[in-house]
Design a protein around this ligand. Structure first.
Ligand code: NAD
Length: 391
């Protein structure tokens, strides 16, 4: 049985040669016509360029690749493997995440667009060499418009399999010339963004003596805690994984706090490094901190509502996609060739000034920080888009 692809391309897509809907069988065509209105209307909401539905009965692969915007360069974004309850949930996720990548790359000053992929299924059950290589073939068919990488549920071993089928993959192991684990660079950028926030709030970027709650002691959280401890901050940590929590607490000599109580703690800084959407109405009402700066993606449950709520409450929010760009910067260095961690760190150093600039614009224009960051991203895409069109 041949694998099937369903393409949905935006009619505004400046880069694709594909026709509006390309399908392989009459049956698939019928289904596509039915799905077209809903998928397309979701694509139109944030102006996605292209969505590819991938299916392969042999390996059981069911994936969606969403390319949001390629004005600045090819769309780079991780491949998430997750047990979505329904295909619609997977589509929502991939559309939202791919858009986030466009903004992240733009603000970080990278020549990359935004894209993301999701593979539907429990990573512990569905993953194998054949499935990952089949996914790699789909990535290859896109001819470099989408470059994949690690994300939740996938790892550098999976990237190795994908690499057997396509060169449009990053995050392969360091032993193979790749960039390896991006978490230390992500944590470094988050730490710099937090320091920029400290400077804006307290007039000094030192975190010495500041009380910081870190939610999530995983790959990024643990590296961030090291920076904070080294600088003399008083760190409180929480995680639902009790073994990891104890390991980090023992190793770095920091205090464990109850997950339920973290939003009531009298601390200076809250660093979300676990899941997204922890900044909702209930939690924000409870928060006593002055600064929020962490690694988790999509921290604001509702960007507009909760971005404004934080501003009204006088809490300085360092936009997540700005300060957690270190991981993307790291794989970008690999994408450029001859990966160098030093080059990635030098690029990540810019996160301090970029974050400071966003705070400056937010204060000057009296707008929430998330909005200042979004406008910065959009302005670069517009300006560089015109440069490219004119030459
Ligand atoms: P990870 O899976 O290594 O760590 C996440 C940790 O959060 C785990 O230890 C998990 O047990 C814990 N956790 C989950 N739910 C929790 C809860 N409700 N309360 C407390 N702890 C909880 O992931 P990571 O690579 O450290 O990434 C952390 C966050 O940063 C994620 O949101 C990720 O999307 C984002 N991020 C990571 C990178 C990177 O380079 N790894 C880059 C950008 C953004």
């Amino acid at each position: 049985m041949p694998a099937h692809k369903l393409y949905f391309n935006s009619i505004h897509d400046h880069s694709t040669q594909n026709t509006l809907v390309m399908i392989e069988t009459a049956k698939a065509q019928k289904t596509a016509m039915k799905e077209d209105s809903s998928v397309r209307s979701q694509m139109m909401q944030f102006n996605h360029e292209e969505v590819l539905f991938c299916n392969d009965n042999e390996t059981g692969l069911k994936a969606i690749i969403a390319i949001h915007n390629t004005v600045l360069g090819p769309g780079l974004g991780g491949c998430r493997i997750w047990k979505y309850e329904q295909e619609q949930d997977a589509l929502n996720d991939v559309l939202r995440l791919s858009r986030g990548m466009t903004y992240k790359a733009s603000v970080a000053g990278l020549n990359l667009g935004g894209a993301k992929a999701v593979i539907i299924g429990d990573s512990r059950q569905i993953k194998n060499e054949a499935l990952m290589r089949r996914f790699g073939r789909f990535v290859d068919d896109l001819g470099g418009k989408y470059i994949t990488a690690e994300d939740v549920g996938s790892n550098s071993r999976d990237m190795e399999y994908i690499h057997m089928e396509t060169r449009h993959v990053t995050g392969i192991p360091a032993s193979m010339g790749g960039s390896g684990d991006p978490s230390p660079v992500t944590a470094y950028g988050v730490w710099l963004g937090m320091k920029a926030a400290a400077k804006e709030r307290w007039g000094n970027d030192s975190l010495n003596g500041k009380k910081v709650t870190v939610q999530g002691t995983g790959n990024v959280g643990e590296n961030l805690i090291k920076h904070l401890v080294d600088e003399g901050a008083k760190v409180y940590i929480t995680d639902i994984n009790k073994d990891k929590l104890k390991e980090v607490a023992d190793k770095l000599k920091v205090e464990v706090v109850d997950s339920e109580k973290i939003f009531d703690l009298d601390v200076d800084i809250y660093a979300p490094c676990a899941l997204g959407a922890t900044l909702n109405t209930e939690n924000i009402n409870r928060l006593k901190c002055s600064v929020i700066a962490g690694a988790a993606n999509n921290q604001l449950a509702d960007e507009k509502v909760h971005g404004e709520m934080l501003m009204k409450k006088g809490i300085l929010y360092a936009p997540d996609f700005v300060i957690n760009a270190g991981g993307l910067i790291n794989v970008y260095s690999e994408f450029l060739g001859n990966y160098s961690r030093e080059r990635a760190i030098t690029q990540a150093d810019k996160i301090f000034n970029i974050t400071a600039e966003i705070f400056h614009v937010s204060a000057k224009e009296n707008i929430p920080t998330y909005l200042a960051a979004n406008r910065l991203a959009e302005a670069r895409i517009e300006t560089i888009g015109k440069v490219k069109l004119n030459h």
